[in-house]
Design a protein. Sequence first.
Length: 320
Amino acid sequence: MKARAAEEERPRLVVLTGPTATGKTDLVIRLAGFFGGEIVSADSMQVYRYLDIGTAKPSRSVREAIPHHLIDVVDPDEPFSAADFTARAGEIIESLHRSGKVIWVVGGTGLYLRALLGGLASLTGADPRVRKRLREEMARHGLSLLFERLARVDPESAGRIHKNDAVRIMRALEVYESSGRTITAQQKEHGFRQRRYRVLSIGLARERKDLFARIDRRVEEMIREGLVAETEGLVERGYDESLKPLQTLTYRPVFRYLRGEGDLPGLAGAIGRETRLYAKRQETWFKKDRQIEWYSPDDGEGIARRVDAFLRRETNGVRG
RNA sequence: GGGUCGGUAGCUCAGUCGGUAGAGCACUGGACUGAAAAUCCAGGUGUCGGCAGUUCGAUUCUGCCCUGACCCA
């Protein structure tokens, strides 16, 4: 009985996800307007302050009308990771749950959602010193040397990770070299199997053609709204283009443009291409998630009915 | 009107000393546990401008035509 009660006490989340530019923001504004509640953003870029236009953050007026969490929480030169996201979102969700609010988790960063809902393996965290050393070793001796080292200490990882995937090779070595245990062993103990929440996952899907047209429109709008000036402003603030959040699909092309490589239409083309590729990567990721119930973004009514059923079922359950 | 250099994948171009072609990007599919808007993998794609000629065989050589850029009139 005690276990059952604890079951029912788990926070309930309405997750809204899907590729970039499908209309998640517009939809959740309408839903939250109707059902109430607050929004927890699951977007790895909107966490950064000052990156507004290029990350398509919800407008100030929207954020004043409906409380948004995990937007503008770190500076562009601060580290932030899926683990940070999970920890912070966990606290926010607990507190919203205690006050009985409807919790909307909205975003397209697949790893963040998976980590939030399933938990993250309790691995060694990122260690900037180890990372710096590994990067230097790679520059000096080449990636293949690092890969060979990984193959010796953790053959299973080496079998799973491609020999060109520098990020994952270095991460696996980082875990091994700072903890003495392989990443494989630690991940096996875990495997995203925690179930901290009761979840309704709603995915927004659009036809490729439609989605790509929306992406192009959004890119034009970003440029019109001053994406280039925003980027120059970041530089004036002292943020270098090598920073992680600036080496991304919108800002990276802007820096190229600022160096005189290409004109404005060329910039729009580049961002559009990158964004389309990103949207496809997101589709690939979400396709695997069998929990997601897919809807057309135009089917606001159907989605609202589904959300209503989910919330009703939950509130009628046993209360703590 | 004459000359020069071009016309090869959706785009930019490479190439074939004659045996029907290839890179990058685009496009499509996939992977993903503290960098995830990151990182990585795989896959095609073609009347080689047109018509003739030479040749066993022409995208490659020759002629003519069409077409683009530039130069000279």
